[in-house]
Design a protein around this ligand. Structure first.
Ligand SMILES: Cc1cc2nc3c(=O)[nH]c(=O)nc-3n(C[C@H](O)[C@H](O)[C@H](O)COP(=O)(O)OP(=O)(O)OC[C@H]3O[C@@H](n4cnc5c(N)ncnc54)[C@H](O)[C@@H]3O)c2cc1C
Length: 152
């Protein structure tokens, strides 16, 4: 029952606040300066970040078009908080691949993870360590292969 309430809640948000389809529920959060890092986004999409949980989830999505709710939360948080990439990139990637894609639920889930939504967790950068590594990786070599090659 609780889960169905989330579905209807996000339906209501999209109906009453249609601007969420394009931008943050809270307009002040449109000022967040997301990074421009195509190689990082490509690694996330293809499940090659080096973080086994993230990579397994993304590979499942690519393979069968589905992912458990908790993993959606993990990979969305990773994209926005660790890689510092715009939630709309992930939202569109999910929209193109999820067999249960729904604009309201997908948008609500992404804005929750990015901390831009109505019910979102407070904004923070989840891991300064991985972002620092990313930044040093970016200066040295922008290739996807520069992520740590942890076993999956
Ligand atoms: C980043 C992100 C993106 C998401 N994208 C979508 C999407 O495109 N389409 C979609 O239907 N759900 C989406 N969700 C919500 C949730 O992940 C799925 O609804 C859930 O995985 C479906 O699994 P289930 O059928 O076993 O759900 P159950 O846990 O059995 O719940 C029953 C039903 O309630 C609804 N529901 C459950 N959790 C949520 C939730 N958090 N938000 C809204 N509705 C919910 C669904 O209709 C679901 O089928 C997203 C969540 C996140 C974090």
């Amino acid at each position: 029952m609780n889960e169905l309430i989330w579905r209807d809640f996000y339906f209501m948000i999209l109906d009453r606040f249609p601007h969420v389809a394009e931008g943050a529920f809270k307009p002040e959060f449109d000022a967040i300066r997301w990074d421009d890092w195509p190689a990082g986004f490509a690694a996330w999409c293809t499940g090659q970040t080096g973080y086994p949980l993230v990579d397994a989830a993304m590979r499942q999505l690519n393979h069968c078009g589905w992912m458990h709710n908790r993993l959606r939360m993990v990979v969305a948080s990773f994209l926005t908080k660790d890689l510092g990439l715009d939630w709309r990139l992930g939202e569109k990637y999910f929209a193109d691949r999820l067999i249960d894609f729904d604009l309201a639920a997908n948008n609500g889930g992404w804005q929750w993870a990015a901390s831009t939504g109505c019910d979102a967790q407070p904004y923070f950068e989840f891991s300064t360590r991985s972002r620092n590594r990313k930044n040093s990786t970016r200066t040295a070599n922008s290739s996807v292969n520069t992520f740590p090659n942890w076993p999956i």
